[in-house]
Design a protein around this ligand. Sequence first.
Ligand code: CP
Length: 316
Amino acid sequence: MISTQDWTKSEIDSVMEVAMELKRARAMGKPHAYLQDKVLAMLFFFSSTRTRSSFEAGIAQLGGHGAFIDSTTTQISHGDTAKEIGEIYGRYYDGIAIRQCDWGVGNQYTSDVAAASRVPVLNMQCEVYHPFQILADLLTIIEQKGDPRGKTIAVSYAYASSYQKPLSVPQSLILLMTRYGMNVRLVRPPEFKLMPDIVQQAQDNAKQHGGTLEIMDDMDAGFKDADVVYPKSWGCWLTTEDETESVEIGKKYSDWIADERRMALAKPDAIYMHCLPADRNIEVTDGVIDGPNSVVYDEAENRLHVQKAVMALTMN
Ligand code: CP
């Protein structure tokens, strides 16, 4: 699972069904040790709150073990190649999960490990895709809104000052939600474009599955009558890779914030989503993220259930 595009729609439907079953089993206290004695390598090149914890808790709840590996504690910087990691970890472990988000590096690295590995490789986020976040988002939308078909989601840029974030969340969102027949609005300033081939794939998905993909540059218009709003920051990577320049460009859009005025433009029962972490009161107001329309904690919880589903379906 490097991208949800690697899986058929029916396989992703199965992930949703199994995730709901596992969520119910956990709530009922029913054992579900489908991966007894299996071990997942969790190789991190970048920090994490949710991803590490939900994978580690998830594999333990399935009866297996998660081996947390900080890349700086390995010999990777001394020469171990992606092929060697795939070959060698593939012989020790039953699955290899990787987070490598460096621009122009992470996706290739993860793919190279997968090509050399005899066991499943799970992408815990690269610079292009964040598949497990978006599977959790889909489960949350289904729980909150029922059938996603015909519902409108605003995948919007929002300003943040912390750092130039990857494109992986908005790109994975437009790819998957168009496969579920949603009317997807991609809302961003001109400097914050997504990768053209990803946008093309999302357009193809929409055509095939009865949804739409509309590209907009006005945050208010994006929120208008939306069922789901997902405003978050990402970097202007296709405009510049220079951190200082990107900060200056971002400052032009510091009014791109998810606030109460904008939430009032969406449908009254619209849900506010964010993968977290968020820059509070810069990217989103406390009133919105802590407000009645916010589902961010359910979204974070669902990481656990979808990841357990994919592990159970691939590591057996
Ligand atoms: N949403 C997400 O991937 O969170 P972490 O970066 O904390 O893992």
